[in-house]
Design a protein around this ligand. Structure first.
Ligand code: ZN
Length: 242
């Protein structure tokens, strides 16, 4: 089976400074997801990258050998260089690299650049969340029940300042009444983008079997391996006209 090359990028600061986060994700959220993939998706070839790595861990070589880039960032979005953001967007638009924004990556620079809005949302205290599968026929919803529960998760609510998603796969209900579009797909250039809301650093979303399944499904969906048409050729129409 052909390997899918996944790079998991994590800000990786909370895990070093906050005891509660360290207890849940001792080697970082990115390493935790990698460990899950080793069990759930052995055909994934995973590279880890973080903010404090040289070039944020995303050298040209790493980006060129990434089928799907996953992103978790929270407090230090502004430390990601704009030049790198442009390179990431270019990989998505022209080469079909998949991009998966997790949780607070809704205001990460790459997500904002790729989808085209600021990604702002309503925010509230941690509470019970039900995630509803509103598009069961979508590949990312494969194996996911009608709904599942996260006992405690940070509340993200509408209005969520994103373009209308091309496909809305999950919606969430929060105990205090808020609703949220928690699983959104966007097509940008040749690339596929998925935003998924769970994943607060002091909660156990990444331990949940359905969250794990959704991330595996999302990587498979976003992988560019079946794109036959590569970068559009600007001289194409001229050739046709001749
Ligand atoms: Zn959070």
């Amino acid at each position: 089976m052909k390997k899918i090359r996944v790079t998991i990028w994590n800000e990786f600061r909370h895990e070093k400074t906050d005891e509660d986060v360290k207890a849940l994700y001792p080697d970082g959220i990115h390493a935790f997801i990698k460990n899950n993939f080793e069990i759930d998706a052995p055909d994934f070839e995973v590279t880890l990258a973080s903010l404090d790595d040289v070039e944020c861990g995303l050298t040209d070589d790493v980006l060129q050998n990434t089928d799907v880039l996953m992103w978790w960032g929270h407090m230090f979005h502004n430390e990601v260089p704009n030049e790198l953001v442009e390179k990431i967007a270019d990989r998505v638009f022209r080469f079909g690299m998949g991009f998966i924004a997790m949780h607070s990556a809704h205001v990460s620079k790459p997500f904002q650049r790729i989808v085209g809005t600021n990604g702002y949302l309503s925010w509230g205290e941690e509470q019970q969340e039900l995630i509803w599968n509103v598009m069961p026929s979508h590949p990312i919803a494969s194996g996911i029940p009608e709904h599942f529960e996260l006992e405690m998760e940070e509340m993200y609510g509408e209005p969520f300042h994103i373009p209308q998603p091309d496909e809305l796969v999950f919606m969430s209900w929060f105990k205090h009444g808020n609703l949220f579009r928690s699983g959104c797909c966007f097509y940008r250039g040749l690339g596929k983008v998925f935003y998924f809301q769970p994943g607060h650093e002091t909660r156990k979303a990444f331990y949940n079997q359905y969250v794990r399944q959704i991330l595996v499904n999302a990587v498979r969906w976003a992988s560019p391996e079946n794109i036959a048409i590569k970068t559009p050729d600007c001289g194409f129409m001229e050739k046709l006209i001749k």
